[in-house]
Design a protein around this ligand. Structure first.
Ligand code: SF4
Length: 121
């Protein structure tokens, strides 16, 4: 197998894993009345100090965070958002981390009951 095709295999595996996990979340999101939210990027904030500000997060997304038992500090040191397959790290356009399952900022050291190991590429 060439190096190029190995990368494609890993990318495809990552994509399928994230898709399956996000799909598994859809019934839950629908039950919360926000099915269309699953997989959307978090809102952009202007500085890292805003990343714990939930004032712009909808009641529905707050309910999803609560149902998933999201916390800003993981109780399991080896399992945190930064090594979860559903974590969206900060970018130039998005100053705070996020999650594929709900809108709003997510801490790299956070955690929820949907934590899934990151598939390294
Ligand atoms: Fe999202 Fe939970 Fe993974 Fe954090 S641990 S990135 S909140 S699924």
């Amino acid at each position: 197998m060439t190096r190029y095709s190995k990368r494609n295999t890993v990318s495809r595996r990552r994509f399928l894993s994230a898709t399956i996990l996000a799909g598994a979340m859809l019934p839950f999101a629908a039950a919360c009345g926000k099915k269309e939210n699953a997989g959307q990027l978090p809102d952009v904030t202007t500085s890292p100090s805003d990343c714990r500000d939930l004032s712009g997060v909808s009641a529905e997304d707050l309910a999803i965070r609560e149902k998933l038992a999201y916390v800003n500090e993981s109780p399991i040191p080896e399992n945190e958002c930064s090594n979860c397959n559903l974590y969206l790290p900060p970018t130039d356009e998005r100053k705070c981390g996020g999650c594929m399952l709900f809108k709003g900022p997510v801490e790299a050291k956070g955690y929820c009951t949907y934590w899934a190991p990151k598939i390294e590429g």
